[in-house]
Write a protein that binds this ligand. Structure first.
Ligand SMILES: [Zn+2]
Length: 160
């Protein structure tokens, strides 16, 4: 009975170690073997080492912004105030109703659209960072629940 429990917990921690290692871009087979040999301690080692790796890679990503989209007025439109049709942002004359825009007005519209574009991009970036941090925050409590759930289950099996 005891040998069976030891075997089950070894396999469980081998699988958990492998999953954690795989999620952190580490060798799942090697870490699975460590989990199999050292059980809970191998698993904790896989989690600790994996996290250190992740913090490193995410700070590397932050210091190197990957090719950010630049504002291109060609890809933006404005609504003509006279005929309510959408026309190119840089247009000085509406192609539908020939409504004219002054040069200052066009420049102002481009500046406004460019600012909106940057704001939206910032909001998007913040949302992505929040999502990423929520994901990271869930890893540790999830693991703790798993480990204690596993221990409770093993204790239950041992007493029964
Ligand atoms: Zn128009």
């Amino acid at each position: 009975m005891i040998a069976g429990i030891v075997l089950i917990q070894a396999v469980v921690f081998a699988i958990l170690s492998g999953i954690v290692a795989n999620n952190k871009n580490r060798d799942p087979t090697g870490w699975g073997a460590i989990g199999l040999l050292f059980g809970l301690f191998g698993f904790i080692a896989a989690v600790a080492v994996g996290e250190a790796e992740e913090v490193q890679s995410s700070s590397r990503q932050r210091s190197q912004p990957s090719g950010e989209e630049e504002f291109d007025p060609d890809e933006h439109e404005k609504k003509c105030p006279a005929c309510a049709e959408y026309i190119k942002l840089e247009a000085r004359v509406c192609r539908y109703c020939e409504h004219e825009f002054t040069e200052e007005k066009v420049e102002e519209q481009i500046a406004q659209a460019s600012e909106d574009f940057r704001e939206k991009r910032e909001v998007k970036k913040q949302e992505e960072e929040e999502k990423a941090s929520v994901k990271e925050d869930m890893v540790v409590p999830g693991i703790i629940v798993l480990v204690f759930g596993g221990i409770a289950l093993l204790a239950l099996l041992a007493s029964g």
